[in-house]
Write a protein that binds this ligand. Sequence first.
Ligand SMILES: [Zn+2]
Length: 101
Amino acid sequence: MNLQETFEVGLKFHGHKCPAMPLGIRAGMAALKVLGVERSQDKELFVRAETGKGHAACCFLDGVMTATGCTYGKSNIEKLYYNKMAFTMIDVKGGVRYEFP
Ligand SMILES: [Zn+2]
């Protein structure tokens, strides 16, 4: 998916317009680009999100999930409750990781 398609999917998934969800999409897409990997279809990637329960951080995480394909349904994401808008994405097969910021 390109940026516009990902944004539209993210908006439907997230449910409202806000600045943090698109930021999560951009951060997630940057992670994919830096690691040279595609959106996770199964469990190729794993995200360790440093977000907490705060509103904007939760919105950010929906964007990260939309872009990376790392979701709670696939159990390839975990929330660490550090209350930061940050995450680490790990290429499970390649053994490399990307840290945002
Ligand atoms: Zn939001």
